[in-house]
Design a protein. Sequence first.
Length: 133
Amino acid sequence: GTFMFLGAGLIWMVSNISGLSLAQLALEFTTASGSQADMFMSSAQAVELTREFAGKTAFTLAALGLLAFGGLISWSQAVPRWLGWLAVVGGVLTLFIWYDAAAALHRIGGTGYLLWLLFTGVWLLLRGTLKVQ
């Protein structure tokens, strides 16, 4: 799970850098004309494909990491079980990023991911882990 989150973070950096590159290409495109404008447009299309694929791949890795940690939490009971199940549901819903028609499910999964991070972090800060017999 940890390596999946690490991989997701690194790939999200690629996606973000691609987004910044797109912004620069858009600025250059506004002052270009003719074949130079065509070059900027085709470059922007390639960068956008890279950005989109990297973003979806990063979300997939984060979802798999969330599934791994959620399953472990549900099984080990080191923190309340419902936090593990929240992670599992959030992870499954986040995997819907690959389907444009299911964008709402992905957004719900992303919200579940953020809530899981918040609740788990607050729980660990205030109470620590539970003692399992």
